[in-house]
Design a protein around this ligand. Sequence first.
Ligand code: GLN
Length: 485
Amino acid sequence: MELFELTIHELHERLKKREISSVEVTKDCLDRIAATEPQVNAYITVTRDAALSAAETADKRLAAGDADILTGIPVALKDIFLTKGIRSTCGSKILADFIPPYDATSWLRLKERGAVLVGKLNQDEFAMGSSNETSVFGPTRNPWNTDCIPGGSSGGSAAAVAARSAAATLGTDTGGSIRQPASHCGCVGLKPTYGRVSRYGVIAYASSLDQVGPLTRDVTDCAIMLGAVAGYDPLDSTSVDRPVPDYRAGLTGDVSGLKIGLPKEYYIEGLDPDVKRSLDAAIETYRGLGAEFVEISLPHTDYAVAAYYLIATAEASSNLARYEGVRFGHRTAEAGGLMEMMSKSRDEGFGQEVKRRIMLGTYALSSGYYDAYYLKAQKVRTLIMQDFLKAFETVDTILTPVAPTPAFKVGEKTSDPLQMYLSDIFTIPVNLAGTCGISVPAGLSGDGLPVGLQLIGKPFGEETILRAAHAFEQATTWHQRKAAL
Ligand code: GLN
């Protein structure tokens, strides 16, 4: 098998035995990037020289017997992560030339373990979108069918894994941005519990919802990556000081007696037949493994998308106020005075969707409307959180679709923002509740596009959903199917 086809744990076995070197693996990955990028456009920046020199350092560590499981492994990051000395654009013109002076903690943790950064990945502008079409660097294409979107906003992170042009990647998830592209690209994607992973050095979209998480080829790699980035960070006051379990050791394959909830509000009329078929088959697989199913209710599900688009846009309007052309980022070439300079810089620097969100959020926060919109949405959020906590009194995990349909066509929903927003209906409640969820490959549509299933866990219940996802993976072959590219 070609090197670029291998998972982290497979590469590590060979690197450790010195059958291959990190320089070879990295060169192979860079060749793979060159071969697939014309069709996929997953990368905004390829860090060739830095990658090769990091690979040399990794080889020295491997030779000295001081290697971590990530040492010498080629990884890539969504361009929302700050990388010292390497441009970090967040998919926006306003940051197109921004070179950060420091590293995001999550990247630093991978770097310290010897991971090799091969590049920065395409995404929806400021992580606002579900299709990767709002990026100023052009849409990323789905490696399974390049007429289709890869999902978003971490579309480049999922597409690079599916195209095998990185061994693993990191993304962020505010309303589904890791799980939905993972589902559309046939990879594994996990959104950790709020507070599990540091967001220091990750460009903020909606601070009460954003989380960092891995996108990988299989569940074992997902457990490895999560274990590497999780844990308390004094630089992020929202990160929680709580021990990080050995997630990989928890992959026992045993789900007998596991109680899985099926929320009746998620198994709606009109669910895409391909999605429904995959879920029904998954339920049978789990039954065969000894899991038990319980029907549950998450009664406030209907209000989740509306509440999310008030809370997320309100927080975004505040977070994005810092881009005014003064301290960093794009500054207009033509402006008479200070106010004109700021507003022109923002007008030129932000794309249409970002502007729409800033306006929605500013409106929701304005005096006179604050109580009717923002405050009401916060109350709904509490109800949604309570729905989950109640459900978790009787079940260990909840099984749901990730997205209502497989990947749609590029351009299909760009003129209808509401349709785009509704594609996150099954992922958004998890962010509002602050808990964790994983997407795992669970089938292929009639058109040959991947379909994922979502397992939602209790707060800090990553071990359980990883174990359940891994057991499913062991019992099926979906994760072995690959994009033809
Ligand atoms: N699609 C959702 C949005 O546009 C979620 C994006 C995300 O999780 N970053 O806000």
